[in-house]
Design a protein around this ligand. Sequence first.
Ligand code: ADP
Length: 482
Amino acid sequence: MTNKIKILHLEDTPEDAELIARELKKAKIDARIVVVNDRAKFARALDNFIYDIILSDHSLGSFDSHEALQMVKEAGITVPFILITSAMSDEFAVAVMKEGAHDYIIKDRLQRLPSAVISSINKHRLEEEQQSLHERLFFHIENTPLGFIEWDNRGFAKTWSKRAEEIFGWSEEEFIENQKTRFNHVYEEDRAWVSKISDQMSSGELERSRVQNRNITKDGRVIWCEWFNSVLKDKDGKVKMFMSLVQDITEKKQLELQKDNLLATVSHELKTPLTIIKTYGQIAAGMLETKCDADTLSMIKKMDNQVNKLSNLIETLLDFTKIQEGKLIYNEVFFDFNELVKEVVDDMQKISSTHEIRNNSDKTATIFGDKNKLSQVIYNVISNAIKYSPQANNILVSSKLHKDGIELSVQDFGIGILAQDGKNVFEQFYRISGNQSTFPGMGIGLFVCSEIIRIHGGRIWFTSIIGKGSTFYIWLPFDHRN
Ligand code: ADP
């Protein structure tokens, strides 16, 4: 300790006070000791309290250490209080410690006093620091939109912050006392999966979780909340408790929902006129063919190719919104896989003037699945291959028959993908930074592809070398129901 220790010493025998001062000096404790010898002076010292520790004799005529300790507590003073007394029975020592004394020293064993003073002060300072750290942390948490909740290891709340009260409506007392079952505050439909996550946290299987679910407030409203949960374990690795930070995200969710609805409606509304344009284009092409008007016919075909491109884009958008709502419907039939690949490659070759798409398909197989959706997957992967290889002029497509399924690969000689972007490219809205401004896109194509392939029991992955190109692979079982 670097600063001078300020000691308030309650002692009515000057010789004892002298003895104690000497003992501290002998131990090289740099202290300023103020000795008081009666209740009035002690009370004044408590009024203007500036001390690090109180040392107290037990018996001081009409005043004693019990009373002194009481006065200290009433004054809200928390510094260590050490009792120094001539003789003490074990019961008396226990009683004094219970009352709040930090330590006791027998007068004829004063050599223990210096270390008792130092360790009590150190311990007290540490406690104060922790306390203030805790208060500061709590203050900051309460000034965020996050509610703070502590749960015991069975999932019953122990602490419920003011912000949690604002979010859910229950006061700490109300919530803690009314927990007949866990998850009273969770919306019924979400209860099963929320409780599953909570069980995984109780068992220590999961250390952290971030979930969004619906909750119920005291007045019965359904709100969306985002929860950041973490587990606190003891030194043996056993779960002691959980902590949650929770935020009301109802408004954000509603906006998201409106945005999704808008996207779904716009995509849907775009699809109908586009189908009509396509039909008229085909009728016009037929009429021009009979009239042998080759120039106009070629223009109509170019228009038709662009319409196909647009309708694929809209199809992906529609599928994306349906995946979000969990409403993507699959119409599955048996079909020839290589035939489908050929159809897509031929269609795409018509649109692409920059790249030759070479199709080296092996033996074919009959696949059970949604032909339209799978053609969309192949279309997306090939159109990425074209888009991300602007300096190259060909794309290699090939299929390979395996004993349990068929594998399609689409190889380009373009910009490539860094290993660190790995699985992320299959996440929704993920676009590799640096590419965004150069290459147009929405970052949903591969997400939709991976979802469709997953439903078909297959796999999609890629290998890539930066600057040399990428190969995307799709593996599909013959019949995913088997
Ligand atoms: P986008 O609309 O951005 O093309 P995708 O979901 O189809 O969205 O692809 C996600 C990201 O993966 C793309 O933004 C791109 O950075 C990267 N990517 C996809 N295919 C390729 C490829 N063949 N070569 C290089 N990067 C690719």
